[in-house]
Design a protein. Structure first.
Length: 83
């Protein structure tokens, strides 16, 4: 899906909000840049953690579905042999 964009969207949204807040509160330029950098790094890492977690759950669900499908097929094959 479009999960590869989650870290980028999260990071850029947080960066835009940070820029607006620091400008409204009239922070010095150096402080604005340091805060913006910290927010971008933090939310990029957070987005990657969220993306990794969602991908992990998808892999686990796919594995469980494939295991259930194999069990169902084996059960139907054994029933056919008995008849």
């Amino acid at each position: 899906m479009y999960r590869r964009f989650i870290p980028l969207i999260l990071m850029l949204t947080a960066g835009a909000i940070t820029c607006i807040i620091t400008m409204v509160r009239q922070y010095p330029l150096l402080t604005q840049m340091l805060v913006l950098f910290a927010v971008l790094v933090l939310f990029y890492l957070l987005g990657n953690i969220i993306k990794w977690t969602l991908d992990y759950f998808d892999k686990e669900n796919a594995k469980n579905v494939s295991e259930e499908g194999e069990v169902i097929e084996k059960e139907t094959e054994s029933k056919d042999k008995d008849e």
